[in-house]
Design a binder for this molecule. Sequence first.
Ligand SMILES: Cc1cc2nc3c(=O)[nH]c(=O)nc-3n(C[C@H](O)[C@H](O)[C@H](O)COP(=O)(O)OP(=O)(O)OC[C@H]3O[C@@H](n4cnc5c(N)ncnc54)[C@H](O)[C@@H]3O)c2cc1C
Length: 486
Amino acid sequence: MPGGTGLERLALAGRGKRLPRAVATRLQPAASRSIAGGGERMSEKGSTPNWIEQAAPPRSYRSLFKWGDPLGFKHPNHGMLALLKETFGMTDADFVSPQRTGMEDFDAAAPAALEERHRQVFERLLGAENVINGAYECTRASYGAGMIDALRLRQHIVENLPAAVLAPRSRADVEALLRYCDEQRIPLYVYGGGSTVTRGMEAVRGGVCLDLSRHFNGVLAFNETDQTITVQPGMWGPELERLLNDAPQTLGARDRYTCGHFPQSFMHSSVGGWVVTRGAGQNSTYYGKIEDMVLAQEYVTTRGVLQTAPQPRSATGPDFDQVMMGSEGCFGVLTAVTLRVCKYRPQHTRRYSYLFRSWPEALAAGREILQGEFGLPSVFRLSDPEETDVAMRMYHIHGTPADSALRMLGYRPMQRCILLGTCDGDPDFSRLVNNKIAAIARKHGAFTLTPFGVTRKWEKGRFTDPYLREDLMDFGILIDTLECAV
Ligand SMILES: Cc1cc2nc3c(=O)[nH]c(=O)nc-3n(C[C@H](O)[C@H](O)[C@H](O)COP(=O)(O)OP(=O)(O)OC[C@H]3O[C@@H](n4cnc5c(N)ncnc54)[C@H](O)[C@@H]3O)c2cc1C
């Protein structure tokens, strides 16, 4: 969409080739934490899929690829399961025995050992406790959270490991490591939160991996006058947001703040990872993508330290901040980043949701909203007919009397499209944007779902949908996260 937003979504990627069966016995549910918004069990006798509800055993293959909280689960609900069966021609029999679950002990061979002379240097630099060997740890540092990585681990395919994982404690450590690895021609990769879907830290040439999640997770500076915060790159997203939301207590500030960056992987990714992958978030339409938030960065490179200045704008170029963002560790190791932050005012958030009869109508409305120049909404999610159908089933609208009424009014399955989102900021601003969206949606024939709380339902599950992946892959269905634009 010109000047518009990239729409990211979870999409059914089609039923993969059936995987060979690895676990034939039924796994009994154990103590578990089902994520709020997870689906209900099917009620028909004999048709309850055998979803796994036990934590992955420590040091198992599954513990390396299972998303998020070890005791977090979200099962497809009745409606979604029915859709899967319909779409892929599956029956109850296909949901009896989970396949290739990865519950087995991790037994891959250790990677080629680090040369003794290198190991001694690394231990002298970092201390022995920060030089980590072992196939399990090296696999964790080399595999990300994409579908291909999960599939490989389910099939016990372990390849391209670093010889060691190194945990630097300071910028001086990173400088010394880069200098040594450069001199010795040792390939070097960087690990932040490990949620990469592009296999960005896969050690295809061996070498070592720097794990910044251990010691690089502090606040370096907070400037309330300029509304900026400088942090180390290994800080996890939720920790940054907690510090900012509670800034009067945590940072001695007058106000509360938000970073405004919420990728779907928010709960399990690092600030540095967001920056070096040039990430997008679910609220990026208003707060901007990460490259709009970054004011300054510090990188350690093999040729020295690159430090950009925290200026709001510059009339010279090229802009090294922009050059470095998205480099995924190829140009250097990010050791500090300064972000601009915004006021945190959840009490002014306005939520909207509309149903359009067709994709062309929804698209025309979306364009008019984003090109309206009255201000941008914060969350802006336009679903095509397929994704809308999944949503109608996940939110229990499909097949209800309300659904029948909608069909009679011309909002038909596999044609209708949901638009949902939020408006943030100053109360007058969020009210204005919300009212403009309502008027444009009405003009394009939309039915308002706003009073039915659809956006709140989406908010409840916005970070937990990835938990569905394990259930689906257990039964041979591939699912992945996509980025797309129209
Ligand atoms: C279910 C799911 C949903 C996702 N949703 C989104 C989304 O909505 N938006 C989005 O943008 N992305 C999304 N992603 C992709 C991923 O979460 C992002 O790219 C995230 O920013 C990566 O952060 P990380 O801390 O996990 O980085 P990692 O996975 O650890 O690293 C990512 C890359 O950056 C490099 N790297 C990490 N830290 C540094 C550093 N300090 N210096 C130099 N290089 C470094 C690594 O070598 C690697 O190449 C999603 C992924 C999953 C699995």
